[in-house]
Design a protein around this ligand. Structure first.
Ligand code: FAD
Length: 517
């Protein structure tokens, strides 16, 4: 193992204190896993920052993770779990510390479990959700209830944030669909936790930005997977009508009286192929005919994106009837409706096709200065007026998502922070830049994000950043608000040396072991 490490620690760094510590430490560990090049983890999807770790460890399981953390306690090293590195602002990076690449554990644990009246699947914290989907459907005909839009993300990575998509209005975020976790804490201890057992750790870890432990296994609630999905998009020119219908759909959920998936997005009122009308239709045969738009339409338009699950045994006419009934209650522009039928798995993997396209164009690898936030219903109209209609009139080179979520579906005991209002919106500005953007161009987009957040702060919006990125503890304190004190207490309890996830920039590494249990 040490031979591997020496090969990967850059020569000019071998003499540094941390490099020596890392090398001595790894020499004494009898890991089952392997070591890979630091270059494998010095970037993330955001492409805005680069930090070179001293080594990247590919653990074989929780025991390896525990050994690395326990050994790091007596050094000055920090340790970050890396899921699939899809963070934007270096959250899964370490500067001169150790990365634990959780993907090496992706096949561990997979097993269906029936407990009382519920069914769960045990999965590794390093598994990609797309693999969880495929295995669950293929092997058991079951599937998790709550998803993210894109499934090339790890279980541990999304559970450290929340995990949000068009099913969240009904089932809550992914974190609300977990019955049990296996976690390696910042003390190097492997702990099983749940609502009933070690519950403080369980709830702290969910949405905990990797601060309390590394998730090595999650028990995820599953349900019967449908065969098919009718995927529908309907267009609005008026923001008020768009939000009224979106809120109607997410609040009307008893007795299956709504769609199974509700999202929405803003697009530019132009023929721009990326940001405008052509981005709306669901297949190449469906053309967006702008002649149907009212003459007084503004610079941006709105689209509700809906999906209804059904099975191959359902009569097509019955599916048509339900869809017609649900859509009949909505006030969209009747001639601007698009729909397609596809398998449930293909629907959930829909963003993978966009990924393949972006990879072919070269803009998957280019920087992504994304901004994700939650904004309360009370402030959403002004957000539209001031941000979408004035600042983002030309789009962001990718989707501008906006759809309502319900506070009641989030568990207040987790570390997640959301606005106070019952209904709040997720806003996701998923910026794509050209393959070789100038630094200036990227800086401009980052400062536009800042301008948007500043506007929300100045005007006292009830908002929270999702996948937050702050640099000072004062900012973090404000972000967590009433949950900050507990967050600090739990950190002292489960990661007293502040070894874990330094890329979040919440706590500085403690230099001595004055902090005892
Ligand atoms: P990483 O970026 O590798 O890690 C994120 C943080 O979690 C780091 O601090 C890391 O140290 C920590 N971490 C990683 N693994 C573990 C673990 N096992 N235990 C403890 N801590 C860990 N989010 C949504 O909610 N909904 C979406 O629809 C959605 N779509 C996305 C689409 C794309 C194309 C991208 C790039 C991101 C999207 N995200 C979405 C955001 C995503 O949830 C975050 O990027 C998240 O961090 C997951 O990415 P990851 O698995 O690559 O984790």
């Amino acid at each position: 193992m040490i031979a591997c490490l020496e090969r990967f620690v850059p020569e000019n760094e071998v003499e540094s204190r941390e490099a020596v510590e890392a090398s001595v430490m790894c020499k004494t560990l009898d890991l089952q896993g392997t070591i890979e090049s630091p270059a494998a983890a010095d970037r993330d999807f955001g492409g805005l920052y680069s930090r070179r770790p001293l080594a990247v460890i590919r653990p074989s399981g929780a025991d390896d993770v525990a050994r690395v953390i326990a050994a790091s306690l007596s050094t000055t090293l920090t340790v970050a779990a890396r899921g699939n590195g899809h963070s934007i602002n270096g959250q899964a990076m370490v500067d001169r510390g150790l990365i634990i690449n959780m993907r090496s554990t992706e096949n561990n644990h997979f097993k269906l479990r029936k407990i009382n009246d519920s069914t769960y699947v045990d999965v590794s914290g390093g598994a990609l959700w797309e693999d969880v989907l495929k295995r669950c459907v293929e092997e058991y005909g079951m599937a998790p209830r709550s998803w993210t839009d894109y499934l090339g993300l790890t279980v541990g990575g999304t559970l450290s944030n929340a995990g949000v998509s068009g099913q969240t209005f009904r089932y809550g975020p992914q974190t609300a669909n977990i019955a049990e976790l296996e976690v390696v804490t910042g003390r190097g201890e492997v702990v099983i936790c749940s609502e009933k057992k070690n519950s403080e750790l369980f709830f702290s870890v969910l949405g905990g930005l990797g601060q309390f432990g590394i998730i090595t296994r999650a028990r995820v609630l599953v349900q019967s997977a449908p065969d098919m999905v009718r995927w529908i998009r309907v267009v609005y020119s008026e923001f008020d009508e768009f939000t009224r219908d979106a809120e109607f759909l997410v609040t009307r959920q008893s007795g299956g009286e709504s769609f199974d998936y509700v999202e929405g997005f803003v697009f530019v009122n132009s023929d721009d192929p990326v940001n405008g009308w052509p981005s709306v239709s669901l297949n190449p045969n469906q053309r967006f005919d702008s002649a149907h738009l009212p003459g007084n339409s503004d610079s941006v338009l709105y689209c509700l994106e809906l999906a209804l699950h059904y099975n191959n045994s359902d009569k097509p006419s019955a599916v048509d009837t339900v869809v017609k009934r649900f859509l009949g209650q909505l006030g969209f522009i009747k001639k601007l409706k698009f729909q397609v039928d596809l398998s449930y798995v293909d629907f959930l993997l829909r963003v993978k096709r966009a990924e393949e396209q972006a990879k072919a164009n070269g803009n998957w690898e280019s920087p992504h200065p994304w901004l994700n936030m939650f904004v309360a219903k009370a402030d959403i109209k002004e957000f539209d007026e001031e941000i979408f209609k004035k600042i983002l009139t030309n789009g962001v080179g990718g989707p501008m998502l906006i759809y309502p979520l319900l506070r009641s579906k989030w568990d207040n005991r987790t570390s997640e922070v959301i606005p106070n209002e019952d209904i709040f919106y997720i806003i996701a500005l998923l910026r794509f830049t050209s393959p070789a953007p100038s630094g200036l161009e990227v800086d401009k987009l980052v400062s536009q994000n800042r301008q948007i957040v500043d506007h929300c702060s100045r005007n006292r919006f009830d908002y929270k950043l999702y996948m937050p990125n702050y640099k000072t503890q004062e900012e973090w304190k404000e972000h967590f608000g009433g949950k900050w004190e507990r967050f600090v207490q739990m950190k002292a309890c489960y990661d007293p040396m502040a070894i874990l996830a330094p890329g979040q920039k919440i706590f500085g590494r403690m230099r001595n072991s004055s902090c005892n249990s």
